[in-house]
Ligand binder design. Sequence first.
Ligand code: GRF
Length: 194
Amino acid sequence: MEKLIGTKNINTAVFISGTGSNLKNLIEFSKTKRSKFQIKIVISSNSKAKGLNFANRFKIQKKIINYNNINRAENQILKSLSENKIQLICLAGFMKILTSKFIKKFKGRILNIHPSLLPKYKGLNTHQRVLKNNEKFSGCTVHYVNAKLDGGKIILQKKIKVYKKDNPKSLAKRILKQEHILYKKALNKILSNF
Ligand code: GRF
């Protein structure tokens, strides 16, 4: 039987570590008619992550993971994911690196958003490096997660102009706005044949 558009049938987990503006964006999108997913759980590697407030506000289950021991941390995450029948993981400012063992269990089902035009500027401090190199353009990328840091298959990218007057903060702000648009588009793209 053909699936109904708007059926909230993809159980999704969002992983965060910080502010959570992408989380908020995904929660709001999940509640619109167009989306085909529901956010069942928010996983945070940081008990002080501001983004946890959005889980509270929207009454979404949240789980804070102590990352002192990575194996134990990932086992705890896997347990929560299985209890919630999670099918899709969206990383949104998650500052921990998932092991290849973990990634294998969710192969092709983990997305990440990165604030650069990958494959350029993988890793941290992207905006500082972009400005230092006098790049004319930067942007953001939604990609699948594989065992290589910020190296998985690209789903969508958005390019923006870098201005002479930009500093890391102004560039980050402009790119973040685009991230919010891009993550929704990328989800629509992959969920149409999920
Ligand atoms: C975003 O720029 C995202 O691309 C990067 O970390 C930042 C998280 O921002 N991976 P927020 O916590 O979603 O506001």
